[in-house]
Design a binder for this molecule. Structure first.
Ligand SMILES: CC(C)(COP(=O)(O)OP(=O)(O)OC[C@H]1O[C@@H](n2cnc3c(N)ncnc32)[C@H](O)[C@@H]1OP(=O)(O)O)[C@@H](O)C(=O)NCCC(=O)NCCS
Length: 180
């Protein structure tokens, strides 16, 4: 199974994390502006270290079932976000992504998601990829729609985050519908 992965998009690069990324990662998963939309609460430095260690450990498992990659700009190796596909079911994967708040609105998440989904269909042979998005997360819903994902329905009380249950809107893309 592939390790290490490095995939280049139009404006971003997706690459494996390293322990040098702790401060950049903390700037993302330690920021309430970002995590309020995610399925976990904000994390501290120790948890950021543990997150990277866990990611690297799972990345080396055979077979590899998690593709949790740092997002960088093409000309700068600092991590400005992450994109993740976790395999689940038959040739199926779950997509997630986040970008540091100071870099929002520049198209990085759209490019990161498009690049990872294309990789997953083409190189990992996936058939179906889903994204479960909070109903109020307009930016993320815009990304799913722009990439051509189909809205399937609502998952009720799907995640417990920030002290309460939250629904998700489920979007999916199928390999034969994907334009690359
Ligand atoms: C969602 C998120 C990843 C978007 O990152 P980004 O790099 O700013 O996204 P993009 O620049 O690619 O923009 C995506 C679309 O959302 C729109 N958008 C961006 N910020 C927005 C906002 N605050 N409100 C409404 N729409 C917004 C953009 O206009 C763009 O749509 P368009 O191309 O049709 O104009 C980022 O806001 C984030 O990290 N949020 C917190 C974590 C999260 O929600 N992750 C997804 C969980 S499902």
């Amino acid at each position: 199974m592939p390790f290490p992965i490095r995939v280049t998009g139009s404006t971003v690069v997706l690459r494996e994390f390293s322990m040098q990324d702790v401060d950049d990662v903390l700037g993302i998963i330690g920021d309430d502006k970002v995590t309020t939309w995610l399925s976990f609460d904000s994390r501290d430095r120790d948890q950021a270290v543990a997150m990277i260690e866990g990611t690297l450990e799972r990345a080396r498992q055979e077979p590899r079932t998690e593709f949790y990659l740092g997002v960088t700009k093409r000309d700068d190796d600092h991590v400005i976000g992450f994109a993740r596909i976790g395999l689940s079911g038959v040739q199926a994967g779950k997509l997630g992504y986040a970008i540091a708040a100071k870099e929002w609105g520049r198209g990085y998440a759209t490019d990161a998601a498009r690049t990872l989904v294309t990789y997953a269909f083409k190189e990992l042979g996936l058939h179906r990829i889903t994204a479960a998005i909070g109903p109020d997360n307009t930016a993320s819903i815009a990304i799913a729609q722009q990439l051509g994902f189909t809205r399937e329905g609502t998952l009720r009380d799907h995640v417990f985050t920030n002290g309460q249950w939250r629904d998700s809107v489920l979007f999916s893309a199928l390999a034969h519908e994907w334009s690359w």
